[in-house]
Design a binder for this molecule. Structure first.
Ligand SMILES: [Zn+2]
Length: 161
């Protein structure tokens, strides 16, 4: 027989019951939505792991780290413009870094408690695709550092005038 006390303790313990190793994907509905199988086919294994399973690419592996041309970084999942070359900086972390998104509406954030840390998760507001994390140790003028997986982005160079 289950008494009230057991039930209460069980319910209260729930949020901490699962080992928080992988971050939960952003919840809610997004304008662009596919089934996991469709995403997998569209993105390929590596980009799928980052965008849809909150994986982090190995540092210094993305060609976009060294991308210095003027242009726009779009979401690899849905093509929404997320970051501008005007806000990119060399953080030395091995991941493409920006001090602000192209617009506030372009990204959504979540509290990520995985890996025994509390971090701000950053995702595309249109498809929910995981992009990376935001930290408060970035350069002026915002003091923010958007640490983004190159696999989650595509680069569109600005047209030469
Ligand atoms: Zn997207």
């Amino acid at each position: 027989m289950i008494d009230r006390r057991t039930l209460f303790v069980g319910a209260a313990a729930l949020p901490f019951a699962a080992p928080a190793l992988a971050a939960a994907p952003p919840s809610g509905r997004f304008a662009v939505s596919f089934t996991p199988a469709q995403w997998q086919q569209k993105l390929g294994k590596d980009a799928y792991a980052v965008l849809r399973e909150q994986a982090t690419e190995r540092p210094f592996t993305s060609p976009l780290n060294k991308e210095k041309r003027a242009g726009t970084f779009t979401c690899r999942g849905c093509g929404q413009p997320l970051f501008s070359s005007a806000h990119k900086f060399e953080s030395g972390t091995g991941w493409p870094s920006f001090w602000q998104p192209i617009s506030k509406a372009a990204i959504g954030t979540n509290v990520d408690r995985s890996y025994f840390m509390v971090r701000t998760e950053v995702h595309c507001s249109r498809c929910g695709g995981h992009q990376g994390h935001m930290f408060d140790d970035g350069p002026k003028p915002t003091g923010l550092r958007y640490c983004i997986n190159g696999l989650a982005l595509a680069f569109v160079p600005a047209k030469a005038a």
